[in-house]
Write a protein that binds this ligand. Structure first.
Ligand SMILES: *[C@@H]1O[C@H](CO)[C@@H](O)[C@H](O)[C@H]1NC(C)=O
Ligand SMILES: *[C@@H]1O[C@H](CO)[C@@H](O)[C@H](O)[C@H]1NC(C)=O
Ligand SMILES: *[C@@H]1O[C@H](CO)[C@@H](O)[C@H](O)[C@H]1NC(C)=O
Ligand SMILES: *[C@@H]1O[C@H](CO)[C@@H](O)[C@H](O)[C@H]1NC(C)=O
Length: 965
């Protein structure tokens, strides 16, 4: 009895031993098969025992493989179904291997012990298999930044232990699945704290069921294309009866800390119970079509960052409760229909860094008060109705008021009226009391001044609670926590360096990370995947202010050992032996076809990015005949001709970017208008602008010399007009003296330029922004109309108007256009009338709150000499007889009639100015200046044209002393 028991026992034991041996040898077989289908596996994957020999990236327990972590080693290949035999596998991390492609095999569902499935930043594609729902132990599922497509499998709802779900940045589509009693859904994930599915193509509404009070959700991100653009697929929208509003149930998820629903097409009102979410730090609802009353955030007392820009809420004043949100660092509410006065108390929020309230209707006086936050960096109130600004001593921060009435008066002198370019924040981890070494190629000097090959990549923070990127102490805390994390896992990292903090188009904070190896000048094959894992597995926890992150590594190509195992050597020989030369021929053919297709692909991609790709301007081929006459310049050419875009060459700047003076190879002077990032047009838009500009050729219109469309740069090259703008001359800035006869000639030239655009250009062009700043004077003081940045082609001349978003400049803008948004060429006539009044008064259209049109009308008395306008006429023209002035004023006032229909067409304007010139004894067809072309304007000196007038104004003449006759 006893003996047989022992025998049975021994038998059981030995079967178990055999079983373990069989299983562990099966693990070996699996790894061996992976090694055969993957390239660049670690060179030490040799020998019969992956556990005993401690293969790189393999961890074992009792001779069974429990972890495969191979981040960033340049692995290429596919995931084979064989993987499913690794029945003890708990962790699989293949992140940052861009060469890993193909689908996630359905058999992955057999890996019942898997807790961490991490495939970040690879090139996996296809559907996410529904079998993933069998991975009951899963804690972390990170499939972000791949090319997975199809819908989200509802079975993910079965992953009841899941803590971190990241499906962001894929090509997932369809609705967000929720359970309905028979099928599972994501609403069942009540323990999941991170829910990232931004940057996909999911559609439909946000299901109310997704949110429930017992959820422990702390982050919701659905940003970017959560719904299909309606404009592309109206049918889909209507037939499905989607209403797309934010579900009321969201207000139930009290644990929520970050809510990003931005960049969707959400409509309807924001649920009124939103302010139940009292733990939310970041609230970003911008760039939707949300409507209804302005969301009430009262009680959300830990809010740091609020962005509700670009929604269509009902008009409202800035709610008073804003000033109660004490921890607020960032308030962005551009284009949200805010009106009324800006409360002073807003600026005294103690942590406030950024306030962006542009494109609203805020009015009255702006005052930051005396107790403004000392962290304030940027106050951007562009394009509001602010008429005054209370300067506070000591307030040195960036303030932008361009596009407000206040800047119509003070545009020249006040820095806050300029549209300032935001300089990228410079930060780079400083050296630690040492002098940087000069390193050999591809090596970098570490903060400890040691030359090495760092492990590099970008850290993306999806919801930082701050907006001031210039405070270096925040980066120091991040560096410390990174080092702490690496050291506590005994990783061979000597030091880390952070640099280039930027906000990207998704509103993520992006930081460059370089991790330097300790001891050696490079990491070995064990080190890289281990460091990568700390970042891919979310082991590293950044300081709370940074919020959740993900990391995308560059591939690391500096391992000391020779390149890894390559499967091709074996298979190549076998195939070669079996089939001989014909196979090689076939292979060569295949390679040929492949590279041809790659090239085609590259060309197609290039064409999409660059509409000029197919056009070789040197050949002057017929491909783009509209561009004849305009040259294509290379970036290098323009860089050279503007002295590397040096500040010394800047001759103008504005919202679009800067204008540089340059000298072409031929010696021709040019003005190079370079669009800044952010104001660049789409390629096609740019192309149509160039096409239009290149067709315009008239003596009174600035002509286009060429363009550059390269290096992510868009530049327009114009002829250089030496005497600057009419505005500069009128203000006395340029030193050019403009007497009455010159002003008449300038008016005539500008009118003729405009006549050309309206009546002779094909198709006709409405300028949209006629103003003294856009009329340039050449060396002979010939007026040239410039800047077609806002021009619109008149598509249908029969219709006679274009409906567009209102653009233009305050003071010059046609009130009828402003109200109806219907642009006609009569809008240009209005602006031209304002310029005519500017010519006689040398006043800006809106000066000290007074509007030039109203002023002239007020002073005007037709029964008196010069219509009694002496007091507001430019003193510098009063020194000569002003023959024809009355008729000139009559003409100007007819141009600024309220009703467009009552304004004369440009042809009539030209004729009338010619008529006035004859009254003044001038020949309208003579050149505007004498033969001299080297005009040197020096204030107070006689210049070559002084003989045209009796007297050149050179000082302050009280108008009352002058008898104009
Ligand atoms: C906003 O909500 C708070 C508390 O829920 C309430 O007392 C207040 O009246 C509301 N304010 C507005 C303007 O609706
Ligand atoms: C609002 O919309 C404009 C125009 O589309 C865009 O340039 C701007 O970045 C948006 N603002 C925010 C805060 O997203
Ligand atoms: C500012 O706007 C508010 C609301 O639109 C209006 O009631 C008020 O009269 C305006 N104030 C000024 C000074 O224009
Ligand atoms: C150095 O980097 C360049 C590209 O940045 C690469 O082409 C080159 O192969 C690298 N050199 C070495 C020795 O790795």
């Amino acid at each position: 009895m006893m003996g047989s028991k022992v025998q049975v026992f021994l038998l059981v034991i030995s079967i178990q031993i055999l079983l373990v041996a069989a299983q562990s040898s099966e693990d070996f077989a699996v790894l061996k098969s992976l090694k055969d289908v993957w390239d660049n596996t670690p060179p030490n994957w040799e020998g019969p025992d992956p556990c005993g020999n401690s293969w790189v990236g393999i961890r074992c327990n009792n001779s069974r493989v429990t972890a495969i972590t191979l981040a960033s080693i340049g692995l290429t290949g596919k995931l084979s179904g064989d993987l499913s035999s690794l029945s003890e596998l708990q962790t699989l991390d293949l992140s940052y291997n861009k060469g890993m492609t193909g689908p996630l095999p359905a058999s992955i569902g057999s890996l019942k012990k898997l807790t961490n499935l991490i495939l970040v930043g690879c090139s996996f594609s296809g559907q996410i298999p529904s079998t993933i729902g069998s991975l009951q132990q899963l804690l972390i599922l990170s499939l972000n930044s791949n090319s997975f497509s199809g819908s989200i499998p509802p079975e993910i709802g079965y992953l009841s232990s899941l803590y971190w779900l990241d499906l962001a940045d894929n090509k997932l589509s369809g609705r967000i699945p929720v359970s309905d009693g028979t099928t599972p859904g994501l609403d069942m994930l009540v323990n999941t704290k991170h829910f990232h599915f931004g940057k996909n193509q999911l559609s439909g509404t946000i299901p109310p069921k997704l949110f429930s009070p017992n959820m422990s959700l702390i982050h919701v991100y659905t940003c970017k294309e959560f719904a299909q653009p309606y404009s592309k697929n109206k049918q889909l929208f209507e037939n499905n009866n989607l209403n797309g509003s934010i579900p009321l149930t969201l207000g139930l998820v009290q644990s929520l800390e970050v809510l990003r629903l931005d960049r969707n097409l959400l409509t309807g009102p924001v649920p009124s119970n939103l302010n139940n979410l009292v733990h939310v730090n970041e609230l970003i609802l911008s760039n939707n079509q949300l409507s209804g009353s302005f969301p009430n955030l009262t009680g959300m007392n830990v809010l740091n960052y609020v962005d509700m820009s670009n929604n269509t809420f009902d008009e409202s004043e800035i709610p008073s409760w804003f000033s109660t949100l004490q921890p607020l660092t960032t308030l962005k509410m551009e284009s949200t229909r805010l009106k009324g006065q800006v409360p002073v108390s807003l600026f005294s929020l103690p942590l406030l860094q950024t306030v962006v309230l542009r494109n609203n209707q805020l009015n009255g006086t702006l005052d930051v008060g005396s107790s403004y936050s000392d962290q304030l960096q940027l106050i951007d109130f562009q394009n509001n109705l602010i008429v005054a600004y209370t300067e506070r001593a000591g307030f040195k921060n960036k303030l932008i008021l361009a596009g407000n009435p206040i800047c119509q008066e003070t545009v020249e002198t006040k820095t806050y009226c300029a549209i300032q370019q935001s300089n990228p924040t410079q930060y780079s981890t400083p050296e630690k009391n040492c002098v940087p070494s000069s390193c050999s190629i591809n090596q970098t000097s570490s903060p400890n001044c040691v030359c090495a090959y760092p492990y590099t990549g970008d850290l993306y923070f999806r919801a930082p609670s701050f907006s001031n990127l210039g405070n270096s102490s925040i980066y120091t805390s991040l560096e410390d926590s990174l080092m702490h994390s690496f050291q506590s896992h005994q990783l061979p990292v000597d030091t880390v360096s952070l640099s280039n903090p930027t906000k990207n188009a998704d509103d993520y904070l992006v930081l460059r990370l370089e991790a330097f190896p300790s001891g050696e000048d490079r990491f070995n094959r064990t080190g890289i995947p281990a460091v990568g894992f700390v970042l891919s597995n979310q082991t590293f926890k950044p300081p709370h202010t940074f919020g959740p992150f993900y990391f995308i590594a560059d591939s690391y190509g500096y391992f000391a050992e020779s390149a890894g195992h390559r499967k091709s050597s074996n298979t190549g020989i076998i195939i070669g032996a079996a089939a001989g030369g014909s196979v090689l021929l076939l292979l060569a053919l295949l390679v040929g076809i492949y590279s041809f297709r790659q090239k085609r692909r590259a060309e197609i991609a290039d064409k999409q990015n660059n509409p000029f790709a197919a056009w070789d301007p040197r050949k002057d081929s017929g491909d783009v005949p509209q561009l004849k006459g305009a040259r294509s310049f290379s970036f290098e050419e323009l860089k050279k001709c503007t002295n590397n875009f040096s500040d010394a060459n800047v001759i103008g700047s504005g919202g679009y970017g800067k204008v540089y003076k340059g000298v072409l190879h031929s010696g021709q002077l040019v003005a190079v208008k370079r669009a800044q990032r952010g104001s660049m047009q789409g390629g096609l838009e740019f192309k149509s602008e160039i096409e239009m500009l290149s067709r315009v050729h008239h003596k009174n219109v600035v002509s286009l010399v060429g363009f550059c469309f390269e290096h992510d740069d868009q530049m327009l090259v114009y002829e250089y007009i030496p005497n600057g703008t009419l505005k500069e001359s009128l203000s006395g800035k340029s030193g050019v003296q403009l007497d009455w006869t010159r002003r008449l000639r300038i008016a005539l030239g500008a009118a003729r330029g405009l006549q050309y655009l309206h009546e002779l250009a094909n198709p006709p062009i409405i300028h949209r922004d006629i103003k003294s700043n856009n009329i340039l004077l050449d060396e002979r003081l010939t007026a040239k109309v410039a800047d077609f940045g806002l021009s619109k082609l008149m598509g249908d001349p029969e219709k006679g108007h274009v409906t567009t978003q209102v653009k233009g400049t305050m003071g010059y803008m046609d009130p009828e256009y402003y109200m109806t948004q219907q642009l006609t060429n009569k809008s240009d006539i209005y602006s031209f009338g304002v310029v005519m009044l500017e010519l006689v008064t040398a006043r800006q259209p809106i000066e000290k709150g007074k509007y030039i049109v109203r002023e002239v009308k007020q002073y005007m008395d037709k029964t008196k000499l010069l219509y009694n306008l002496q007091e507001i006429l430019d003193p510098s023209i009063l020194v000569t007889p002003l023959k024809g002035l009355e008729k000139f004023v009559d003409l100007a006032l007819s141009c600024v009639e309220d009703a467009g229909a009552e304004r004369p067409p440009i042809g009539d304007v030209v004729k009338e100015i010619e008529n006035i010139m004859q009254i003044a004894g001038l020949n309208p067809n003579a050149d505007s200046a004498s033969a001299s072309s080297s005009y040197e304007a020096v204030k107070g000196y006689n210049h070559p044209y002084s003989n045209e007038s009796l007297f050149v104004y050179s000082g302050a003449f009280p108008p009352s002393n002058i008898d104009p006759q």
